[in-house]
Design a protein around this ligand. Structure first.
Ligand code: NAD
Ligand code: DAU
Length: 334
């Protein structure tokens, strides 16, 4: 297939592009704004592949989209601002990218009558104490991140119903694995543990996430692109749930760090207690998440240990200012 992959220089998008080019005959154009989270290095394995082209631009820029979409048979949209804590501190870029950006992409896909896949998140459903969210669960997002992602999903659904756009939505649970920005829980804890830095656990550490290895989610997005019904939404949950404190303790074991590095810090406002997705709908089509959390976490720790070239420039750049703003006072107060 000839694909336009938006946000393909980020964590999940770059895993998706690498996987598609390794397994198939796709031609892929990546359109990416290269925010703090997007990096050309994430795609360096495929940079010289003649089937791959990179376009630097924003999804809310109609001219950039028009240049990148030429000849595409489908659009896969990973492009987003993705960190909940940053959405609490400064929601504007989240509104811009998720609302306006998604609208511009939908218009471009509608005009050309091509298939559209929106990559979304379990966070649109909010928090669930017992059981698991299905695709028909109500949307009750808690943060500016999840609210704007929910808004984008509703816009996608409206284009399918109103204009007959061939659109599908794929909602994933918490991803982890190689190439994830160190602002997120698992890489942050791995890198802090390797450096002997404090491990800042929000609240009581009992929040539960439904962990999904990134290569499994990338494969699920490809599966939905191929098998998903127009107008349908598919949840993609990981095989295991785990609370944050257990995740951090396992990272301490895998890195050999000192358990006294754990520091309980002020909680995230509006912090969702538990996420859990039912993947029955996509499973009925034949999809299974292969990687158990224990195996995926070991592979992830090994990847960060072996790839300092990738994270050293991130940790020493603007991330330090972000880290100081996000954690400086919290850690001093404990
Ligand atoms: P990421 O932050 O690592 O990457 C996002 C990418 O989008 C970056 O390359 C960035 O430069 C690009 N981008 C941001 N704004 C843009 C814009 N306006 N125009 C063009 N490009 C832009 O994110 P990720 O973790 O890879 O997430 C990818 C998608 O998957 C997002 O839509 C996210 O909501 C969704 N998702 C993420 C997870 C997770 O656990 N990480 C789980 C479920 C769903
Ligand atoms: O569920 C899917 C979502 O998962 C995606 O849509 C988001 O893009 C992605 O960022 C992720 O959101 P979370 O908020 O769940 O991920 P995060 O890594 O920020 O936090 C995971 C849990 O760890 C959460 O309960 C908050 C906690 N946490 C996080 C950080 C960064 C800490 O205790 N300490 C921390 O320093």
């Amino acid at each position: 297939m000839r694909l336009l992959v938006c946000g393909g220089a980020g964590f999940i998008g770059s895993n998706f592009v690498r996987q598609r080019l390794a397994r198939g005959d796709d031609e892929i154009v990546v359109l990416d704004k290269l925010t703090y989270a997007g990096r050309r290095e994430n795609l360096q394995d495929v940079a010289d592949d003649p089937r791959f082209r990179f376009v630097h631009g924003a999804i809310e820029d109609a001219a950039a989209v028009a240049a990148a979409i030429e000849g595409a048979e489908a659009v896969v949209n990973f492009a987003a601002e993705t960190h909940v804590d940053r959405s609490i501190a400064a929601p504007d870029a989240f509104v811009q990218t998720h609302a306006l950006g998604t609208y511009v992409l939908l218009e471009a896909a509608r005009e050309r009558r091509i298939r559209y896949l929106q990559v979304s998140t379990d966070e649109v459903y909010g928090s669930i104490a017992h059981g698991s969210f299905t695709e028909s669960s109500p949307l009750e997002p808690s943060s500016p991140y999840s609210a704007t992602k929910a808004g984008a999903d509703l816009l996608v659904a409206s284009y399918q119903r109103t204009y007959g756009l061939e659109a599908v939505i794929c909602r994933g649970s918490n991803n982890y694995g190689p190439y994830q920005h160190p602002e997120k829980l698992i890489p942050l804890m791995i890198l802090n543990a390797l450096h002997g830095d404090p491990l800042p656990v929000y609240g009581d550490g009992a929040n539960v996430r439904n962990w999904l290895f990134v290569e499994d989610f990338a494969a699920a997005v490809a599966f939905v692109l191929e098998h998903g019904g127009a107008g349908d939404t598919y949840n993609v949950g990981g095989p295991d749930e785990c609370d944050n404190l257990t995740v951090v303790r396992r990272i301490i074991e895998l890195t050999g760090a000192d358990p006294s590095l754990i520091e309980f810090v002020t909680d995230r406002p509006g912090h969702d207690r538990r996420y859990s997705l039912s993947s029955d709908k996509i499973a009925a089509l034949g999809w299974r998440a292969g990687t158990r959390f224990e195996e995926g976490l070991e592979r992830t720790v090994a990847w960060y240990r072996d790839n300092a070239w990738w994270w050293e420039p991130v940790r020493s750049g603007a991330y330090r200012d972000y880290y100081e703003r996000q954690y400086g006072r919290r850690l001093n107060d404990t």
